[in-house]
Design a binder for this molecule. Structure first.
Ligand SMILES: [Zn+2]
Ligand SMILES: [Zn+2]
Length: 330
């Protein structure tokens, strides 16, 4: 695997359960991490509630009470996540009633640009967990057909796969302070009716920042327990638990690489490698909206054509570009 993502060490340390608080954590408090568009995007969006709120916003939910009843989220959590999305610039508050004062939450241009990552989530889900009852799996393209969103190189139009790309430093490459800590507990209403119609598998995978950082590490080429542990600075029990979940989800597989004592390494399965287009879209989104004036911290080169990758999302049926306006049933 040649694709490299930055690693958000401190973020990984602090985003998880309280059990993650090891003696390493104190040492990492002032740690600088490699700047990475994907890490920046994941630091904001890699949270199950944030994902659920955004996908609701995409299907037209705007009001607090509607978010609450459709997601089944505690009011305090919803308030917190809406505030965070607002301050990040993904949602904007707009008053729809003066007396009593009532606001609704609308997607900004930055929020609407999450269309690409959303399409790639749908792509992965449809390919691995197709369920006709899930509304997002039934979206049709303006060509009138069912389709699977595809991610192609804007230059040569070839579908983008991990082993044909290479990460390289961009104009904004460097170190930056890790994201601030925030509590992220396992779901309080796991399996509630609110999530039934949603992209549950993706939320399970992307809604846990430990998991997303392990996946990112795997795309970076790390395979062994010690490599992950060093890269992420993670307590071994937490790492074991997340690796076991990724194996159970079929995203990583264990391979014996040494006998007596037996040692295993973890490799991305085809299902894991298939998350690559989503990672690319997160890199694109993070680069567009979270880079400073100096530009993105990393660039991704498409080896077959030699150009810097700009993903182009297309319809698997007619090959035309996907836009929000060209979809039916969103
Ligand atoms: Zn290309
Ligand atoms: Zn089409």
């Amino acid at each position: 695997m040649r694709f490299g993502l930055g690693h958000s060490l401190k973020d990984s340390m602090t985003s998880a359960d309280s059990t993650a608080k090891t003696s390493n954590e104190a040492a990492d408090t002032h740690r600088l991490i490699d700047a990475s568009s994907a890490s920046r995007a994941l630091n904001l969006m890699g949270d199950r509630w944030t994902l659920m709120i955004s996908s609701q916003a995409f299907v037209g939910t705007t009001r607090f009470e509607d978010f609450q009843s459709r997601i089944g989220i505690a009011r305090s959590l919803l308030t917190d996540r809406l505030r965070r999305l607002e301050s990040a610039g993904v949602l904007v508050r707009s008053r729809y009633c003066e007396r009593p004062p009532r606001d609704e939450y609308l997607l900004t241009e930055m929020g609407r640009d999450l269309f690409g990552p959303s399409m790639m989530i749908i792509r992965w889900e449809k390919r691995w967990y197709y369920d006709p009852k899930v509304r997002a799996h039934n979206i049709k393209h303006s060509c009138g057909h069912d389709f699977i969103p595809e991610c192609r190189c804007n230059h040569c139009r070839k579908e983008l796969i991990a082993r044909e790309t290479k990460g390289e430093p961009g104009p904004g490459a460097g170190k930056e302070p890790a994201a601030k800590a925030r509590a992220q507990r396992r779901s309080i209403v796991e399996g509630s009716q609110g999530t039934a119609a949603m992209l549950e598998r993706s939320v399970e995978v992307l809604g846990d920042r430990w998991i997303t950082h392990v996946i990112a590490s795997a795309f970076y080429g790390h395979k062994r327990f010690n490599d992950f542990q060093q890269q992420l600075g993670v307590a071994t029990n937490i790492l074991s638990e997340r690796l076991a979940r990724l194996v159970a989800l079929g995203i990583l597989e264990q391979k014996l690489y040494q006998e007596s004592p037996n040692r295993y390494e973890y490799r991305l399965t085809p299902k894991g490698l298939d998350l690559f287009p989503l990672v690319l879209e997160l890199v694109r989104w993070g680069a567009r909206w979270m880079s400073g004036p100096e530009g993105p911290p990393e660039l991704i080169r498409h080896l077959p054509c030699g150009n810097i990758v700009t993903p182009l999302l297309t319809c698997s049926h007619c090959g035309e570009e996907l836009t929000r306006e060209s979809l039916q049933g969103l």
